[in-house]
Design a protein around this ligand. Structure first.
Ligand code: 26Q
Length: 800
């Protein structure tokens, strides 16, 4: 049946004969055939939501890091075996077809991927949830390497067409920019604006085995003006399209920056563009059924994925007050009930602020509303008799820099503010927003992140999924807590043997991929040690490299010792303007070149950098990992989600007491994880007491040797100063992320890793106990928490 459907789609949607069809044509035909099977459930879901007039979640996010859709849709529909059989029967290679699909990378990293996991989970558990975001023409840049340096290439993911999206030209909204605000009869009139059109594109979000198909609605910017023919006719081609291009540039490209906002005007336009269109869409949907705006919060929960959509606060106020004639106080009350906010970072440089002068120029009416909120809140703080410094710290607009603090605005407008792990939420309450927490103590809560077991176990690791099925049945896909049933299997020697066979097969596949893509031959029997995440100083890939260099030296100087063979795998992108992060990538590659080509090392150590990390590459690496590196400075990684995916796939974690590592330790037991280094409090104390990395260096000969390699001619004989900046950041400029403070503990933890690895029975026992303990880290649990404690929404009955 499916084969016939694919042939029919090939004929009518792609317009090709099977003999002439390319892999791309077969992919398109297969995607259309699968999509046809989603459509009835999709229409039914939308209809059920309308009929039941259910409260909906609107998840506002600048980023959705979706990954490929075909395998996910096949899994949700339980069509994977059928598709493989059908394609094979048609004489095409299912893997080639799957690999043809461009990986939609409309996000930077953890925050964007979390949004994608939440969409998957809301559909799986039947929550009515719509994702709202931007349909970027260009996603996250593709990463290449030139002589070990990162180079960036544009990611034009739409080049071959996108079979999953439906353009909805009837859903087009005007989004206003510029102009002036006049007041007439006490009302604000925002006039002479330069409008941009927001056009909706809908993508289905299939729920696993739930018959629910939710919607991701992304906005594309279009011009209100066609090209200017009179200019074109005069030969002024660039001028003829300049207005049109300026408008369309809004949805042109994802800002490729993880955690360092740069305050660009185009970014501000992007943020306003998508929240305005989304809110107009939500109010339109509401007003088709309801007239009484005071009921808005009974039907709509708007969630802000970090502050990037924080302009939803003034925009909802503007729509209610200016366009729907509501009194300010009532509008404010409704706004507070509708909006909630998740914070994803504590790092001061990552907190968004906008110069009010810029906001006034680009968005004069929202700027006035922010000013007005600021004044009202400041009067409120005065009535509370708060001391001056506290009032300054609370102000929505920093009185010194005249910048709007988007975190403050989000906290003030939200009925709930959450962090993404227990320790992070504590710090949000006690440090980042302590003044707000004193005023609104009930507002702050925690929802620890989670990951979808469908993509991250069932799809990525079919071998392990099958093994788990054989022990506890298939129910874990919808109820990850059932993995607890694997605990007893950890003491079953035959089961451990089968687990090791699955892992070995996955490692062999990754080893094949590594040799194909990098030319490096790695031993699939070695310990696969992986650190895969964005490159950032706080994540401390450099600490890992210092350890690798110490290990290298040890192998060379003590060839007689037993050295556990390791393959150290790195993958991740650096923000384009983040020089230090790029230098660390170069260092990975220089260390790799040195270590991999040193005949004294042999198979005992290999270092690999896999380029262009993204969802698809993660799906390859994670199932093959033995050791998961989660080594951020305590207090810097809000949660981490890669840590969960790796443990779920049977890797042991080496990590600090940071983010969700702490909860992972509590779940798996301290004896089944390698936790090391200073705690959040110790890091803070050390910083307060005057941390001196040089004295650590002076006391540790291993560190001295490693730093000598860093700037000697060991790595870059042609340019021995290449890594001076890294050397100096640690030894001359205070080692902000305290790598040296944790170095000794890290090496000790790595030695413990080597010892346990030497006992394969013990290693696989612990690995299985990790898998068994991952139940709480499902994003199904996370979205249910949000639904119950933040959104106040219930699952809608599955459509029939
Ligand atoms: C902001 C303004 C301008 C340009 C870029 C940005 C920007 C973009 C992305 C700022 C931050 C981000 C992404 C942040 C992020 O991914 N944070 C991660 O969120 C995960 C999900 O909660 C956590 O698990 C990670 O710990 C956290 O680092």
């Amino acid at each position: 049946q499916l084969a016939d459907a694919i042939l029919e789609r090939l004929r009518y949607d792609v317009c090709k004969h099977p003999e002439a069809a390319t892999d791309g044509d077969w992919f398109a035909a297969t995607a259309h055939a699968v999509r046809d099977r989603l459509v009835p459930n999709w229409l039914d879901t939308v209809h059920a939501h309308e009929r039941q007039d259910a409260k909906q979640v609107y998840y506002f996010s600048m980023e959705f890091l979706l990954g490929r859709a075909l395998g996910n849709a096949l899994l949700a529909l339980d069509l994977e075996p059928a598709a493989t059989e059908a394609l094979t029967r048609l004489g095409v290679d299912p893997h080639a077809i799957e690999a043809y699909e461009p990986d939609p990378a409309l996000g930077n990293g953890g925050l964007g991927r979390l949004a994608a996991c939440f969409l998957d989970s809301m559909a799986a558990v039947g929550l009515p949830g719509i994702g709202y975001g931007i349909r970027y023409d260009y996603g996250m840049f593709r990463q290449g390497l030139q002589e070990g340096w990162q180079v960036e290439y544009p990611d034009y993911w739409l080049r071959t067409g996108n079979p999953w999206e439906f353009r909805r030209p009837e859903l087009t909204y005007h989004v206003r920019f510029g102009g002036t605000v006049q007041s007439s009869g006490g009302r604000a009139l925002w006039c002479d604006t330069e409008d941009v059109l927001a056009v909706a594109y809908d993508t289905p979000v299939p729920g696993w085995n739930s018959r629910v198909v939710n919607t991701l609605r992304l906005w594309s910017a279009e011009s209100t003006e066609p090209i200017e023919l009179h200019l074109f006719n005069r030969g002024e081609y660039a001028a003829a399209v300049s207005v049109k291009n300026t408008a369309e540039n809004i949805s042109r490209v994802l800002y490729p920056d993880d955690s360092t906002p740069q305050g660009e005007e185009l970014r501000l336009r992007q943020e306003y563009f998508f929240v305005s269109a989304s809110l107009q869409d939500i109010l339109r949907r509401f007003s088709r059924v309801h007239r009484d705006w005071s009921r808005l919060a009974d039907l709509a929960a708007v969630h802000l994925n970090d502050t990037h959509p924080a302009l939803a606060v003034p925009e909802l106020m503007r729509l209610l007050v200016d366009e729907h004639d509501m009194a300010w106080e009532e509008a404010w009350e409704i706004t507070g009930k509708v909006i909630s906010y998740t914070n994803h970072t504590l790092m001061p440089e990552a907190l968004e602020t906008w110069p009010m002068a810029l906001v006034h120029r680009v968005l004069p009416r929202p700027a006035q509303i922010i000013e007005s909120l600021n004044e009202r809140f400041s009067r409120f703080a005065a009535r509370r008799k708060l001391p001056g410094p506290v009032r300054e710290r609370l102000a929505l607009i920093d009185p010194h820099s005249q910048r709007a603090r988007m975190g403050h605005l989000s906290v003030l407008a939200s009925h709930r503010v959450n962090g993404v792990s227990a320790v992070h939420s504590d710090l949000v309450r006690e440090k980042l927003f302590a003044d707000f927490a004193a005023l609104f103590p009930d507002r702050f809560c925690n929802v620890t992140n989670g990951v979808t077991p469908r993509r991250w176990l069932a799809e990525a690791n079919p071998g392990l999924a099958q093994l788990v099925d054989s022990a506890i049945g298939p129910g874990w896909r919808a109820d990850l807590g059932q993995l607890a049933g694997l605990r007893e299997m950890a003491s079953d020697a035959a089961f451990r043997q089968r687990f090791r066979e699955v892992k070995a097969a996955n490692k062999q596949q990754l080893a094949d991929f590594i040799v194909q893509t990098t030319g490096i031959a790695v031993d699939p029997g070695s310990l696969f040690d992986v650190q895969i995440k964005r490159f950032h100083e706080y994540k401390r890939q450099l600490l890992n490299l210092l350890q690798v260099l110490a290990r290298y030296r040890d192998i060379v100087e003590h060839p007689e010792h037993d050295h556990v063979p390791r393959t150290v795998i790195f993958a991740g992108k650096a923000a384009s303007a983040y020089w230090m992060a790029k230098l660390i990538i170069k260092l990975v590659n220089d260390v790799a070149a040195r270590v991999n080509n040193d005949p004294r090392v042999g198979d005992r150590l290999k270092v690999v950098f896999l380029a262009d990390y993204g969802v698809s590459l993660a799906q390859r690496i994670i199932p093959a990992a033995d050791l998961s590196e989660q080594i951020s400075t305590a207090g810097t990684e809000a949660s981490g989600t890669g840590n969960m995916k790796l443990a779920l796939n049977g890797a042991l974690t080496i990590g600090t007491e940071d983010g969700a590592n702490i909860e992972i330790r509590d779940a798996v037991g301290a004896e089944n994880i390698f936790i090391f280094g200073n705690s959040v409090n110790q890091v803070a104390e050390l910083r307060a007491d005057g941390y001196d990395p040089r004295s650590v260096h002076a006391a540790d000969p291993r560190l001295q040797a490693v730093f000598a390699m860093l700037v000697g001619d060991a790595l870059a004989p042609e340019e021995p100063e290449r890594f001076r900046a890294l050397h100096d950041a640690l030894l001359e400029h205070g080692d902000h992320y305290q790598l040296l403070a944790d170095f000794d503990a890290y090496l000790e933890a790595q030695q413990a890793v080597d010892r346990v690895w030497g006992d394969p029975e013990e290693w696989s026992r612990r690995a299985l106990l990790n898998v068994a303990a991952m139940g709480p880290f499902s994003s199904d649990r996370a979205v249910r928490d949000y639904a119950a404690t933040i959104w106040g929404v219930q699952p809608v009955l599955a459509p029939h």
